[in-house]
Write a protein of this length. Structure first.
Length: 258
């Protein structure tokens, strides 16, 4: 992967998958804007790779827009965006639903991806195209009993990516999701002992998958990442349509409003 002269923005990049991906992008020649809520940790990663550190609350659309603006200021353009910030819910999300916790996980895991695309797409248009990768999860492809809220947030990311990708592909903007299984990162630190001998991904495994997606991912693909397997696009099954009908017509919802 050659990203010489390119500018990349990575959210949630002070540790784990985000830090590993930032290092890999920098090694390929990109100037990386390391964005995280932990400013000190972001400074450490940015200092290590010669990048730029920024502190941001990714649940705030204005803060996300400011990150994109900061990335554009580095060299006058933005080329690669990894929307990686994520949290777990710490609750089942069913009988014990905590509203504040629900708002928090949806804000980080889903809203920040929506805000990230909304802010990044105009910048990528100005650059003549680019790549966006959202960190989803295997829980965005299959149910994860025990954390319904995390599963809901990651399913939403997968659906959003798959729906946005065909529209943006016509402008040279390729949007994908990376869907790792359980990875040995700070996200699972408190529950790590429960995994026993279960094989875990490393942050570098996922960062390598992100690189593969950037190199050859097709619009809308959601790549699974599992220990011992080569990362690859997940094969979604088509949903049966009305009997005897062809493909559904495109709908412009803006013109359908009262």
């Amino acid at each position: 992967m050659d990203l010489t002269g390119k500018v990349a923005l990575v959210t949630g990049s002070a540790s784990g998958i985000g830090a590993a991906a930032s290092r890999r992008l920098a090694a390929a020649g990109a100037h990386v804007v390391v964005a995280d809520r932990d400013g000190d940790a972001a400074e450490l990663v940015a200092g290590e790779i010669g990048g730029t550190a920024r502190v941001a609350d990714v649940t705030d659309p204005e803060a996300v827009a400011a990150l994109v603006a900061a990335a554009e200021e580095v060299q006058g353009h933005l080329d690669v965006v990894l929307l990686n910030a994520g949290i777990t819910s710490g609750q089942s999300g069913i009988a014990d639903l905590d509203l504040a916790g629900y708002r928090a996980i949806m804000g980080v895991n889903l809203d920040h991806v929506v805000f990230g695309l909304a802010a990044a797409v105009p910048a990528l248009r100005r650059a003549g195209g680019g790549r966006i990768v959202a960190t989803a999860s295997l829980a965005g492809l299959v149910p994860m009993p025990g954390d319904a809220l995390y599963t809901a947030s990651k399913h939403a990311v997968v659906g959003y990516v798959r729906s946005a990708a065909p529209v943006l592909a016509t402008e040279g903007i390729v949007v994908n999701a990376v869907c790792p299984g359980f990875a040995d990162t700070p996200l699972i630190a408190r529950a790590k002992a429960q995994f026993g001998d279960f094989p875990l991904l490393t942050a570098e495994d996922v960062a390598a998958a992100v690189e593969a997606i950037l190199e050859r991912g097709e619009p809308g693909e959601c790549w699974f990442v599992q220990p011992g397997r080569e990362p690859a696009p997940y094969g979604f099954r088509g949903v049966p349509g009305p009997k005897g009908a062809g493909a559904p017509p495109p709908v412009d919802w803006e013109t359908g409003r009262d």
